[in-house]
Design a protein around this ligand. Structure first.
Ligand SMILES: Cc1cc2nc3c(=O)[nH]c(=O)nc-3n(C[C@H](O)[C@H](O)[C@H](O)COP(=O)(O)OP(=O)(O)OC[C@H]3O[C@@H](n4cnc5c(N)ncnc54)[C@H](O)[C@@H]3O)c2cc1C
Length: 162
């Protein structure tokens, strides 16, 4: 409670009334299902995968799941493609999970250094970044980027029959 009040004071909101409703220990972790398709059931968003919150990739990757899945569902529903097309959704988005999780963990290590080494790197990068653009690159950008589905059956040619 003391920490929260101090933080509210620091951001100029300390005068507002508040009370603790619920607390728990947050652990930054990344996890995924082994497959996002189980027959006629498909998983997307946090039901399929979880990211550390510092990486700002949780909701973003949920949107990407929906974007990937929507046209495939439409194709299958309209009879334009075999239901096996939905397997590529799972393969592509699990590959994306690994890219996103790696970046999210790097952001997490930067924002919440797990050891003195990460702490030193952050201090050095932040103090030098204004004058040295090269060093600024060490600050892991929190923006998401498009993920290339290099190993997807749709982009390798193996998915031609779908
Ligand atoms: C503090 C915090 C900060 C975050 N910041 C970011 C950010 O900056 N950028 C970003 O991209 N992501 C961020 N995230 C992650 C993001 O919020 C989640 O990844 C996203 O909300 C997941 O969306 P979802 O629809 O998959 O799942 P949810 O948002 O969890 O939605 C699932 C819904 O299903 C409901 N539900 C559960 N069980 C049942 C049931 N049995 N019957 C009916 N309904 C049920 C739940 O009540 C909930 O409304 C943050 C998360 C947290 C906690």
């Amino acid at each position: 409670a003391e920490f929260v009040q101090r933080h509210l004071d620091a951001i100029g909101e300390g005068h507002l009334p508040w009370k603790t409703v619920w607390t728990s220990v947050y652990r930054a972790g990344a996890m995924t299902l082994d497959s996002y398709r189980h027959g006629r059931v498909v998983f997307a968003g946090n039901a399929a995968h979880a990211m550390p919150i510092f990486g700002v990739r949780g909701l973003n990757s949920g949107f990407d799941d929906a974007d990937n899945l929507a046209w495939k569902l439409a194709f299958v529903a309209k009879g334009l493609s075999d239901a096996a097309l939905l397997d590529s959704y799972s393969q592509e988005r699990i590959a994306a999970f690994h890219v996103n999780a790696e970046n999210a963990m790097r952001s997490t290590e930067f924002m919440s250094p797990p050891s003195r080494g990460f702490d030193l790197l952050r201090e050095a990068a932040l103090s030098l970044s204004e004058k040295h653009r090269g060093i600024a690159q060490l600050i892991n950008p929190r923006q998401t980027q498009a993920v290339c589905y290099v190993d997807s059956p749709l982009s390798s040619g193996e998915g031609d029959a779908l």
